[in-house]
Write a new protein. Structure first.
Lengths: 372, 335
């Protein structure tokens, strides 16, 4: 116990002397939580739209004003030929072109049907997809309105229309911040704990201090615990900072129990620290450790279900994400913070993360050899 | 040309006596502190042999030096003896404990100062000392006597971080840390490499004082001049031990009479002497050449002077010289 106490004392002294690390621990979560949720927004606005109006009728004007008043589109061109509009797409001034054919109004009334043409610049896939979808919806609405106007009530007094009404649970206003912030906090905790622990033992190797430590009677588990505990505490500190910030700045109040959240993060941190230690036992230099840790954390983040939903990934990717500890944390964070889930709902996650923690740490201790 | 007898006062050392494995230190005290038997270390896939069948014993309280150039395998031997490296063959004991089986006991009782400074650079002198004292379950106060002589030299800077110390101060701190738990055996791997001559001399003085406290010291160095400070030395090259003896005996065993020769153009002198028919060995030593001949000087002198005159050498001076460890080392290498 005495040895462990002194190891911890030493570890904390070193951490607090390293100004960069302290800044990383305090400033990084603050800045990232301030900036990322605002930027990581799936809503697409300001889609540049060019019109080719070959009709110049009342209906075409109506359609155009309906589209521009939706707020999603910005009119960047109003031309009389498709060629001119296409030039706008080529010069990147327009993302979408809507072409209204000649005799749009006349044919619509006479033949009861008419086609419009949408050309989409698909270089930015998300923008193209969503822009096209928004535009189709608006045109569809327009269509219904005209139908109501044109169809005389006498012919049929009842037009069957299915109208859908949404109600968003757990995030009533579909506020992206509420959706993103818990996930980003999960990533932050992972990055800080993962990188710091991965670099630490390697630093002792690189500087050579491990040589001196290895000839002492220090026990393996003392040494590893001496490395784990400080970063576990730091991880919880970062988590607390993040939770406070998300409450102060974004007004996110966890619906579920905060102690439960801390319990889960505590176990999760053990897993991620185990991962960091494991990386550091396999590396000789800080550079190697940094790259390997970065490689894995990158995969954890991209396949963690924050930016793209795991449910929409291909089967193999779903299987991969099951081995990604971060995906469990993101899920639990959202469940507990947004939905107010209790222990019963996340017991499966608890179980899996405990196994992660156990396996990674035993592996790391086993691989940390004092003799080569 | 018949071989002539070398002068009587120089002893011939037979092949048998030169064999290190037979040179067991009968002269030393019965109590053996470090025993190394046929130790072998092989590295990597290409089976580079770093330590090749090395055997030696170090008696209790002895100051034993491993002398050899870089890459001779000194550090590998140290790392095996301090239980940081597993040998591929042979065995070794420290204080009677096997380096493989009883490594825990060894770690408690030895002090190790690696060649590279490996204390915490971001901790101060005092913190480093206290840290290493605690992990050995002792305190700075408890063993203060042992390190006092060394510690008082760095004590004024005890609040300074180890990374900010000068080379000599770092080395003193490292020695303090290696001594803090009162080890019975001290391993010092190239402790004077990269340290100025004054600090080097001081360091050896410190080692002598430690030896007086009956601590066994195994020290390695690439500097031949430091060999004389040791009780006994082992000359080592390419993982093999060439010779083990006291420095005086090793010098005594030098088989030839050695002359130092100097002239204005030392480079040409070197080339010409190597071509001279009675030259046995010739190599540069500082600004001199150390030369030995296959014949007695009386027989060879006139011929040599003639030979050098013909080749236009000016200001030739020649003198007898007592061989140094370095001469012995070069001699052993050429065999």
């Amino acid at each position: 116990m005495r040895t462990l106490k002194f190891l911890l004392q030493k570890e904390f002294k070193q951490i607090f002397r390293d100004k960069t690390i302290i800044a990383m621990i305090l400033v990084m979560p603050t800045i990232q939580l301030l900036i990322l949720p605002l930027a990581a927004n799936y809503e697409v606005k300001n889609i540049n739209l060019a019109f080719t109006d070959n009709d110049h009728s009342a209906y075409s004007q109506q359609l155009i004003s309906k589209i521009t008043s939706s707020g999603y589109f910005r009119l960047t061109g109003y031309n009389t030929s498709f060629k001119e509009s296409m030039a706008l797409i080529e010069s990147d001034q327009a993302d979408l072109v809507l072409e209204i054919p000649q005799d749009f109004e006349r044919n619509l009334i006479r033949e009861n049907q008419q086609k419009v043409f949408i050309a989409v610049n698909a270089i930015n896939g998300v923008k193209a997809n969503l822009g096209g979808a928004y535009l189709s919806t608006i045109i569809q609405n327009f269509n219904t309105e005209i139908r109501m106007e044109l169809v005389t009530p006498s012919k049929s007094s009842f037009i069957p229309v299915i109208e859908t009404t949404n109600s968003n649970w757990y995030n009533t206003l579909l506020n992206y911040n509420i959706f993103m912030v818990p996930g980003i906090l999960a990533i932050l905790v992972t990055m800080i704990a993962g990188f710091l622990s991965a670099l630490n033992i390697v630093r002792e190797k690189e500087v050579g201090t491990i040589e001196q430590i290895n000839v002492t009677p220090i026990k393996k588990y003392h040494f590893v615990l001496g490395k784990l505990i400080p970063f576990w505490i730091l991880g919880l500190v970062v988590f607390t900072i993040g939770l406070t910030l998300s409450r102060v700045i974004y007004g996110i109040v966890p619906m579920g129990s905060i102690p439960l959240l801390y319990c889960f993060v505590g176990v999760y941190l053990l897993a991620i620290l185990g991962f960091g230690l494991l990386v550091s036992t396999y590396c000789e230099t800080q550079q190697q450790a940094m790259f390997i840790a970065f490689f894995f954390v990158m995969i954890f983040v991209l396949m963690g279900g924050l930016f793209t939903s795991i449910d929409s990934m291909p089967e193999w990717a779903k299987i991969v994400s099951r081995f990604n500890p971060l995906s469990y944390l993101i899920e639990v964070m959202r469940m507990v913070i947004l939905k107010g889930s209790g222990f019963k709902d996340i017991r499966y996650h608890f179980f899996i993360i405990s196994i992660f923690a156990l396996v990674l740490n035993s592996w790391a201790v086993w691989n940390y050899r004092k003799t080569s | 040309m018949p071989m002539l007898d070398i002068n009587d006062n120089i002893k011939w050392t037979s092949e048998k006596e030169m064999n290190p494995s037979l040179m067991v230190n009968a002269a030393l005290s019965a109590e053996i502190s470090i025993q190394v038997k046929n130790l072998v270390k092989v590295y990597g896939k290409d089976k580079t042999i770093a330590v090749d069948d090395v055997s030696f014993n170090v008696g209790k309280g002895e100051l034993f030096g491993l002398i050899g150039p870089d890459g001779a395998g000194k550090t590998s031997i140290f790392r095996m003896l301090t239980t940081l490296l597993l040998p591929e063959g042979g065995s070794a004991t420290v204080n009677g404990n096997d380096v493989v089986k009883d490594y825990k006991k060894i770690r408690k009782s030895v002090g190790y100062m690696p060649g590279k400074f490996s204390l915490y650079q971001d901790l101060s002198i005092e913190e480093n000392l206290n840290f290493f004292a605690t992990i050995f379950g002792t305190t700075l106060e408890e063993n203060y006597d042992l390190i006092r002589d060394i510690y008082i030299q760095i004590e004024p800077f005890k609040k300074r971080r180890a990374g900010k110390l000068s080379g000599g101060m770092k080395q003193k701190l490292a020695l303090c840390c290696a001594l803090i738990h009162k080890p019975t055996v001290l391993f010092l791997d190239e402790p004077t490499t990269g340290v100025d001559p004054v600090s080097r001399r001081e360091f050896w003085e410190m080692l002598k004082r430690l030896k007086a406290q009956n601590i066994t010291i195994l020290v390695s160095t690439p500097y031949m001049d430091e060999a004389n400070m040791c009780d006994r030395i082992a000359l080592i090259q390419k993982g093999k031990i060439l010779s083990i003896d006291t420095p005086a005996e090793i010098i005594n065993a030098y088989p030839d009479i050695l002359y130092k020769i100097k002239a204005d153009n030392i480079y040409h002198l070197y080339l010409h002497l190597n071509e001279f028919q009675y030259t046995k060995s010739c190599f540069a030593f500082g600004e001199m050449l150390h030369v030995s001949f296959t014949k007695n000087m009386e027989e060879v002198q006139s011929e040599l002077l003639n030979y050098l005159n013909q080749r236009g050498h000016q200001n030739v001076s020649m003198d007898l010289v007592i061989p140094t460890i370095e001469d012995c080392f070069i001699k052993l290498l050429s065999n």
